[in-house]
Design a protein. Structure first.
Length: 74
């Protein structure tokens, strides 16, 4: 096989495996600065909102993300 084809196949395999291990974005609970209403979203709903809890694994902001102790600095 030509060297260019081998390089292309290796790069394609690298990208395919990195996408396979990617995790979904976490969810956060946001509070409205206007009326205190709570909202669960992956990104900020806008300027009038502040992040109050999270991260969570689900859209209802009920299942917290478990972070291993090695990543907590503990």
């Amino acid at each position: 096989m030509p060297a260019r084809l081998v390089r292309f196949l290796l790069l394609a395999a690298l990208f395919a495996t990195s996408a396979a291990v990617a995790a979904p974005a976490p969810w956060y609970q946001w509070r409205s600065k206007l009326n205190g209403a709570l909202h669960c979203a992956q990104t900020s709903p806008g300027e009038g909102w502040e992040r109050v809890r999270g991260p969570f694994r689900d859209v209802r902001c009920e299942r917290p993300v478990r972070v291993p102790n090695s990543l907590n600095g503990v």
